[in-house]
Ligand binder design. Structure first.
Ligand code: FE2
Length: 151
């Protein structure tokens, strides 16, 4: 009797394993995913724009990323500059620039340290998205965004 039931028991164990697997994995991976997500891009953190600078009214010109692109074959050569002080003494500087297509795809990232002379990043894209969105992080004034259509 016991030997005839082993395939059924094996099937039940496999079903139980695969049913439990997603739950177990998601519970185990959640902390890893949280750690892997860039802290600078946390959803709770405000992203300031030219029209909505939040508490930093008047800081737009030194924080809004300047996006310049030119077509290169089927792609784009993109330059993103933030006309911001890079001062290691305070410190006050631009920590990073991220370029996306505005559809959730990261096209490139660059990190900076306070001793860098300028917060400027260049990206060579092999295709041209419909728009370019740049988000920079100032270590004092947070996240700032600019976007331009690609024509
Ligand atoms: Fe700043």
């Amino acid at each position: 009797m016991k030997t005839r039931n082993w395939p059924i028991l094996l099937a039940a164990l496999l079903v139980a394993f695969f049913v439990m697997l997603p739950t177990g994995c998601s519970q185990q991976q959640a902390p890893v995913a949280e750690k892997a997500a860039p802290e600078s891009m946390a959803k709770e953190e405000p992203v300031y724009t030219r029209a909505d600078p939040g508490a930093w009214e008047g800081k737009q010109s030194s924080h809004i990323p300047v996006i310049v692109y030119k077509k290169s074959g089927t792609g784009l050569d993109v330059s993103v500059t933030v006309n911001h002080v890079m001062d290691p003494a305070l410190p006050h500087f631009i920590e990073s620039i991220r370029l996306t297509d505005g559809e959730g795809n990261v096209l490139g990232e660059a990190s900076f340290v306070a001793t860098d002379k300028k917060a400027e990043a260049t990206f060579k894209l092999t295709s041209a998205p419909a728009k370019l969105v740049a988000i920079e992080r100032c270590n004092v004034h947070g996240l700032w965004k600019e976007e331009v259509p690609v024509t």
